[in-house]
Design a protein around this ligand. Structure first.
Ligand code: PHE
Length: 356
């Protein structure tokens, strides 16, 4: 029995994985293990012998079992220590920063403008950037050969040489959305349409693609007075300060009468300030929608009337945020975007504030 004890206790102590332990267990105390076989022999012994050998065998079995259990626990501890050594993590290291994008000033200003006009009951409408000459010109009372077509530096879409139809154009203004909205929803109507427009022009204040926002309000008795109130309300909310406006008589084929609108500003040491001083800065075109335009949109000019305006978004973004060169808006220069961009989680709203 002492030989058995020594043999198994030494083997258990030397085992270095669980599988070895399990086979030792079967060999010693399994159903056909050496200790178990010895226990079967008890039946053939005399009662005296049995009384002596039985308890000794039981004690040996227990000793081997607890040596197995202890070794198993020790192996598990060692495995865990090994893992902890291999998988350590220094939680005191500083995090690795991730580059964060910013909101482009044009997007920011579109949201500011939309928030202000939504509050005055204007819904947002949109139209295509590739437009038919009907929507971009004819429906707006600009027939072919009208000088305004030439003045607009229009981009024309290519047609096959044998295709006689007039070419589509990249819309030169957001005014075609007036017609599309009239057709789609009839009168009364109160919408703004922000979007991209295109003209072949390039210098410090002109890029071939830029942004406009169109406004249109039609009802039974809308007048220039309503236009003036809406625009002054808008500029004051947008610039965060009371801004005077100046309406100058002008001409657009699609409005009658027409006015260009300037806002009050001052130039101090080359710095532009809006809402003070006695200089003026032109920011939009506007007027009462021409009866021919209403008719083109399927609306009866004897029953309905209203105002329209078109404003440059990039222009008012430059004015509010002091950005000197329009061309840089579309260069995608990361340094410019980081400098003039806006924090993505800080969206402009009337309740949260519109001025950054
Ligand atoms: N569409 C004109 C432009 O692009 C602006 C405008 C819009 C004028 C609506 C009057 C009414 O210059």
């Amino acid at each position: 029995m002492d030989d058995l004890r020594d043999k198994y206790l030494q083997a258990i102590a030397a085992a270095d994985d669980e599988a070895t332990l399990e086979s030792l267990r079967l060999e010693a105390v399994g159903k056909k293990g050496e200790v178990s076989l010895k226990m079967r022999e008890l039946g053939k012994m005399s009662p005296e012998q049995r009384q002596q050998v039985g308890p000794q065998l039981n004690a040996l079995k227990e000793e081997i079992n607890s040596a197995l259990a202890a070794k198993k626990a020790a192996l598990a501890d060692a495995a865990l220590d090994e893992r902890l050594r291999g998988e350590w993590l220094d939680v005191t290291l500083p995090g690795r920063p991730r580059a964060q994008g910013t909101i482009h000033p044009v997007s920011q200003v579109m949201e500011e403008v939309t928030a202000i006009f939504s509050d005055m009951g204007f819904a947002v409408a949109e139209g295509p950037q590739v437009e038919s000459d009907w929507y971009n010109f004819d429906a707006l009372n600009i027939p072919s050969h009208h000088p305004a077509r030439g003045e607009m530096d229009t981009f024309y879409m290519h047609r096959a040489p044998d295709d006689e139809r007039p070419p589509h154009v990249l819309r030169t203004h957001t005014s075609p959305v007036q017609i599309r909205s009239m057709e789609a929803q009839g009168a009364p109507i109160r919408i703004i349409c922000p979007g991209r427009v295109y003209r072949a022009d390039y210098d410090q204040t002109h890029t071939p693609m830029f942004h406009q926002i169109e406004g249109l309000a039609l009802d039974r008795d809308i007048s220039m007075a309503n236009l003036k109130w809406v625009l002054e309300e808008f500029f004051t909310a947008y610039f965060g300060t009371k801004v005077k406006t100046r309406f100058r008589a002008s001409h657009f084929p699609f409005t009658e009468p027409s006015a260009e609108v300037d806002i009050q500003c001052s130039w101090v040491d080359g710095q532009l300030r809006i809402g003070e001083g006695d200089d003026w800065m032109e920011v939009l075109g506007s007027g009462m929608v021409h009866p021919k335009v209403l008719r083109a949109g399927g609306i009866d000019p004897d029953k309905w009337q209203g105002f329209a305006f078109g404003m440059g978004i990039d222009r008012i973004a430059m004015l509010k945020y002091g950005i000197p060169d329009l061309r840089a808006f579309f260069d995608s220069d990361l340094r410019w975007l980081r400098h003039y961009g806006f924090f993505a989680l800080d969206r402009p709203t009337l309740h949260g504030g519109l001025n950054r």
